[in-house]
Design a protein around this ligand. Structure first.
Ligand SMILES: *[C@@H]1O[C@H](CO)[C@@H](O)[C@H](O)[C@H]1NC(C)=O
Ligand SMILES: *[C@@H]1O[C@H](CO)[C@@H](O)[C@H](O)[C@H]1NC(C)=O
Ligand SMILES: *[C@@H]1O[C@H](CO)[C@@H](O)[C@H](O)[C@H]1NC(C)=O
Ligand SMILES: *[C@@H]1O[C@H](CO)[C@@H](O)[C@H](O)[C@H]1NC(C)=O
Length: 346
C-alpha cells in the first residue's frame, strides 16, 4: 500500500472514531428549546385520541408559539420524527405505556404522531376506564396505555386503603410486550385531600405514616426486581419516563409575582432552570442504576421544567388549574422524539 492510501485509511478511521465518540457522549436530555416554524408535527384538531382536558386548541387556547418549539440537544441533533418510518420499523411490535396520567399524556401524543403519518389507515381504537389500545392492522402495530399510578398494589381492606409497597399483582399484562414505558411519581407526593391511601404496608406491617420518598423507593425497588427477573432484554426494551415538571409557583422560575402557568406563552430560554430538583429524581436514578436489566431513563425533567408555557392551565372556565399535564400537540411530542431516537440507536 502506498503511504497516501495508508494516510487515507488512517484519517477515515479517525473520523469514524470521532463520530462514534460524539454520538456516545451526547446527552440528548441536555439542551434547549428552539423555535422551529415546521412544528407541530400534527394538527391536534385532526387527532381523535386526545382527552378533553389536553385538547388545548379545541378548548380555545389562542396563542400558538408553544406548538413551535423543538428540543435541541446541546451536543448532537435528533433525527426528525417520521411516523411512517416508525410504523415500518416497528412493524409487528407492541408498545405499552404503564403509569399515571403523564403516561397517558405521552400515549396520546404518540397516537397522534402516528395517526397523522397514516391518516387513511384503518386503525382500531378501544378505550375503557383505565386502558386505551390503538392498533394499526396494516402494520400489525399496537400502542397501549394502562393506567396504574403506583405500579404497586392499592387495595381496600378493613383498615382502609392500603398501599402495598412490596406487592405487584397486575404484571400479567406487562409480559410479552416489545417496548414498555413505565412511569410513577406524581401520585406519591399527594397529601391531604388528594392522598389516595390510608396506610402503607411492607410485609405484614402497616404504617400510618412514612416518608413518601422512602415509600416510593421501596415501591420502585419492588417494580425493579420484577423487571429484573421477568423481562428478557433481548425481547423487550424497557423505559422509565422520568419526572415531569409542574409549574404552580412562579418563584420556581424566578418570577415570584406569577401565580401559576396561566398566560405563559414562551419557554424559558437556555438550558438551566432556577428551581429545585424533585426529590424523586435521585430515587429513580438510584433504583435504575441498581438493576441488572438495562432500563432507559427518559430523563424529561429539565426539558419539561423549561416549558412553563406548555400546560393546559385553565382555558375552560370552571375547570381546575392544570399546570402539571401538557397540551397535545405540545411538549410530550418531544418525549416521543427522544424515545424514537433511543430506539433507533439500538
Ligand atoms: C381501509 O378500509 C377501506 C374500506 O374497507 C379500504 O378501501 C381501504 O383501502 C383501507 N385502507 C388501508 C390503508 O388499508
Ligand atoms: C382497571 O379496571 C378493571 C375493571 O374496572 C380492574 O379490574 C383493574 O384492576 C383496573 N386496573 C387498575 C390498574 O386499576
Ligand atoms: C443501590 O445500591 C447502592 C450500593 O449497593 C446502595 O447504596 C443504594 O441504596 C441502592 N439504591 C436503592 C434505591 O436501593
Ligand atoms: C372566563 O372567565 C373570565 C373571567 O371571569 C372571563 O373574562 C371570560 O370571558 C370567561 N371565558 C369564557 C369562555 O366564558
Amino acid at each position: 500500500m502506498s503511504t497516501k492510501t495508508v494516510t487515507k485509511i488512517y484519517l477515515f478511521l479517525v473520523f469514524l472514531h470521532l463520530l462514534t465518540v460524539q454520538l456516545r457522549s451526547c446527552n440528548i436530555f441536555e439542551g434547549s428549546w428552539i423555535f422551529d416554524e415546521s412544528y407541530p408535527i400534527y394538527d391536534s384538531l385532526r387527532c381523535p385520541f386526545i382527552d378533553q382536558g389536553l385538547n388545548c386548541i379545541k378548548n380555545g387556547r389562542k396563542d400558538n408559539f408553544y406548538l413551535k418549539y423543538r428540543w435541541q440537544p446541546t451536543d448532537c441533533d435528533l433525527p426528525r420524527f417520521n411516523g411512517e418510518d416508525f410504523l415500518k420499523n416497528f412493524k409487528g411490535k407492541n408498545f405499552m405505556f404503564v403509569g399515571d396520567s403523564l403516561s397517558n399524556n405521552q400515549w396520546q401524543s404518540l397516537a397522534c404522531m402516528l395517526h397523522a403519518a397514516v391518516p387513511n389507515s384503518n386503525y382500531t381504537f378501544d378505550r375503557t376506564r383505565n386502558r386505551s389500545v390503538l392498533s394499526f392492522p396494516e402494520f400489525e402495530f399496537t400502542i397501549t396505555f394502562l393506567k396504574d399510578g403506583f405500579l404497586v398494589d392499592l387495595v381496600i381492606e378493613e383498615a382502609g386503603r392500603v398501599l402495598k409497597l412490596d406487592s405487584l399483582s397486575r404484571t400479567e399484562q406487562w409480559k410479552g410486550v416489545d417496548v414498555l414505558i413505565f412511569n410513577s411519581y406524581h401520585w406519591w407526593i399527594h397529601t391531604g385531600r388528594l392522598q389516595t391511601w390510608d396506610y402503607f404496608q411492607v410485609g405484614d406491617k402497616l404504617y400510618k405514616e412514612m416518608d413518601h420518598m422512602e415509600a416510593y423507593k421501596i415501591a420502585l425497588t419492588t417494580w425493579a426486581n420484577w423487571v429484573d427477573s421477568n423481562i428478557d432484554p433481548v425481547v423487550t426494551k424497557v423505559f422509565f419516563q422520568g419526572i415531569s415538571a409542574v409549574h404552580y409557583y412562579g418563584k420556581d422560575w424566578d418570577e415570584p409575582m406569577v401565580k401559576d402557568c396561566s398566560g405563559q406563552t414562551k419557554p424559558i430560554e437556555g438550558s438551566t432552570y432556577p428551581g429545585e430538583r424533585y426529590a424523586g429524581e435521585a430515587v429513580v436514578k438510584s433504583v435504575l442504576s441498581n438493576m441488572t436489566m438495562p432500563v432507559n431513563l427518559l430523563d424529561i425533567t429539565l426539558l419539561t421544567q423549561l416549558r412553563i408555557d406548555g400546560h393546559p392551565s385553565r382555558i375552560v372556565n370552571g375547570t381546575s388549574m392544570d399546570c402539571s399535564h401538557w397540551c397535545v400537540a405540545g411538549v410530550p411530542d418531544a418525549w416521543n422524539e427522544l424515545l424514537y431516537t433511543i430506539l433507533l440507536q439500538k
